[in-house]
Ligand binder design. Structure first.
Ligand code: ATP
Length: 266
C-alpha cells in the first residue's frame, strides 16, 4: 500500500538524515520502526506526511508511493485526504481548546459530514475517557489522556494509514500498555499503522513487521516475532543493556551511600 524506495532526505540542503531508506507497509498491517536517537525515524514520517518543508528538509532522492501513485510532491493536506495521518511526537494538542474542539480540528480536511460523524463516534467508543471529558479543556487532561486525544484527533480524518511518533514517550507503564492495546484495536478495525518507538518491546509486541533504521538506512527488516528473538535487537533495543546499566548504577549509588554513611559515623 505504502512504499518508500531509496528515500534520501537532507535538512537545510546539507544535513543528511535519510540515505536511501526503503520500506513497505502493506494494507491493514502494523509496522514498527526502531532505531537509536537521530537514526532518522521522525524524518521518515515527515517525508511520508509531507511535513519536511516545515522543517527546512527536502526529499533529494528516491520516491514514495501510495497505492502505486507518487505522493512525495503533494501537500500535507492532500496526503491526509488520501488517507495518511500523522500523530506528532509530544502530542501537540491544543491546550486551550476542549476535547471536542481538538477532535473536530482533526476533521478539517474532511468534506463529508456523515464521515465526520462516523469518525467521531468511532473515537468516542475507542476512548470512553474522552467521551466523559468532551467539554473539558484539553490542557487539563493527563499525559496518557492527551496521547489518546492526539490519536483520536488523527482518527477523525478516517486514515487508512496512521503514523505514530513515539506514542509511549513519558507515559507510565500501565498507560503504555493501554496505548499498545488501543493501537491493536485500531488495527483490528482495518487501519494500517507505522509505529515509531523507543520502547521496542511494546512496538514489537503489537507489530506484524519491524524495520531497524541506523544513520538514515534500513539495516534490518523482519517479522516482529523474529526481531524479538534477534540478539542484537535484544541487546540494543529491548533494554538488556539499559537494564545492566541501571543495575550497575544502582550498585554504584549503594556503594557511595554506604561510604558517605561510614564517613558520617566516623
Ligand atoms: N529540522 C532539522 N534541521 C536540521 N537537522 C535535523 C532536523 N531534524 C532532524 N535533524 C537531524 O536529522 C537526523 C535524523 O533526525 P530524526 O529526528 O529524524 O531522528 P530520530 O530517529 O527520529 O531521532 P529521535 O529518536 O531522537 O527522535 C539527526 O541527525 C537530526 O539531528
Amino acid at each position: 500500500m505504502l512504499e518508500l524506495q531509496d528515500v534520501a532526505v537532507t535538512y537545510q540542503n546539507v544535513i543528511p538524515a535519510l540515505r536511501g531508506a526503503s520500506l513497505e507497509i502493506p494494507e491493514k498491517v502494523v509496522v514498527a520502526l526502531l532505531g537509536t536517537n537521530g537514526a532518522g525515524k521522525t524524518t521518515l514520517l515527515r517525508a511520508i506526511s509531507g511535513l519536511l518543508p516545515l522543517h527546512r528538509g527536502a526529499l533529494v532522492g528516491g520516491r514514495i508511493l501510495w497505492a502505486g501513485e507518487r505522493i512525495d510532491r503533494l501537500s500535507p493536506t492532500r496526503i491526509v485526504q488520501l488517507g495518511i495521518t500523522q500523530v506528532l511526537e509530544g502530542r501537540r494538542i491544543f491546550d486551550d481548546l476542549t476535547v471536542d474542539e481538538n477532535l473536530h480540528a482533526g476533521a478539517i480536511t474532511v468534506r463529508n459530514p456523515a464521515a465526520i460523524r462516523r469518525a467521531y463516534d468511532r473515537v468516542m467508543s475507542l476512548f470512553p475517557v474522552l467521551a466523559e471529558r468532551r467539554s473539558s479543556r484539553a490542557g487539563y487532561l493527563s499525559g496518557g489522556e492527551q496521547q489518546m486525544l492526539a490519536i483520536g484527533r488523527a482518527l477523525m480524518a478516517s486514515p487508512r494509514l496512521l503514523l505514530l511518533d513515539e506514542p509511549s514517550l513519558g507515559l507510565a507503564p500501565f498507560m503504555v500498555q493501554r496505548i499498545r492495546n488501543i493501537i491493536a484495536e485500531i488495527n483490528a478495525e482495518g487501519t494500517a499503522v507505522l509505529l515509531v518507538e523507543q520502547n521496542a518491546q511494546m512496538a514489537l509486541s503489537v507489530a506484524h513487521y519491524g524495520y531497524v533504521l541506523e544513520t538514515g538506512r534500513v539495516v534490518l527488516a523482519a517479522p516482529a516475532a523474529r526481531l524479538l528473538q534477534e540478539e542484537n535487537i535484544r541487546q540494543f533495543y529491548l533494554g538488556l543493556r539499559e537494564g545492566e546499566r541501571q543495575l550497575a548504577l544502582g550498585r554504584l549509588r549503594q556503594r557511595r551511600e554506604r561510604a558517605a554513611e561510614r564517613r558520617w559515623l566516623s
